[in-house]
Design a protein around this ligand. Sequence first.
Ligand SMILES: Cc1ncc(COP(=O)(O)O)c(C=O)c1O
Length: 349
Amino acid sequence: MRYDSVIDAIGHTPLVRLATGAETGVRVYAKLELQNQFGMKDRVAKGAILAAREAGELLPGAPIVESSSGTMALGVALVGTALGHPVHIVTDPRIDPITMAKLRSLGCRVHVVPRMTGNGWQSARLEMLEELMRTMPGAFWPRQYTNPENPRAYRNLAAELYEDLGTVDILVGAVGSGGSLCGTSRALREYLPRVRVVGVDSVGSVLFGQPDRPGRLQGGLGNSLMPANLDHALLDEVHWLNDREAFEATRELAAREKVFAGNTAGSVYRVLTHLSRTAPAGTTVVGIMADRGDRYHSTVYDDDYWTEKGLGHLRCAEEPERVPSGQVVSGWSVRDLTDATVGGAPCRI
Ligand SMILES: Cc1ncc(COP(=O)(O)O)c(C=O)c1O
């Protein structure tokens, strides 16, 4: 496969059949978004930055700013610097050294906020980002939580799935901003109106009506704020996992399927293994696997970290408990969303 630029190479990711489901006749596939140069959000950065240039909102050579310590930062760094924009990433001291090295090597300026403010690290980062925007007139902020270009960037992912498989019965994805699962679901339903969409969240995240529990160890999915890009009407069901369940599943994904991935891919895998046991033979299931495992080497994949965090003391369920709306969960649980209204005012980020 040959491309004229690193930006053109974004997407076109492999779709790989997993071993789970082989015994029951359920066809389970992983969409390996982790095979993008940095991860799934390379697609969002490409969509948002190219659209802003096209609209004249981002002029040639103007700076781009973003607040993130993960896949979005890396995607913006990749696309922004490749197009010759100065890229400023605002982050906090929790950023892992591998991401930091990648950002710096691409030529980004990384701004680390020194301390939390009113609403923790999130508000500290937002305040610094707004300060940067004030000092750099013409700067563009992709705003993944509200920018419609985030979900729109997954139209291609949906087209790739349809082209590769012809049919998808169930789509599973982790939810952070909501962009990937909602965007893929919206576009896939144009080809396949009956596809069932299953979200995966973290215990203690507000995205599907649970109370916020700070100190969650899972990164990438879950949120303390409700993003405007999460459209609950596009999802049929949500699963929640606690930190141990998510991390065990991530290790299992590497050990059994040979996919060395981050914890959100692990959470998706846990739901895929459940569906491979419970869905009728012949069902086609796809899970989106967002990023690689490298930057989780000292957390998810590190026994000392598990001990330090007391992860072994958390419950680790074999099957999800089906819960009604409003029930607070502490471990693997599932809730139907088809008759639900899940509230919360969208956040401003
Ligand atoms: C590794 C990883 N997986 C999954 C997600 C969730 O994706 P989305 O924001 O599209 O809901 C994110 C979001 O940042 C992520 O970084």
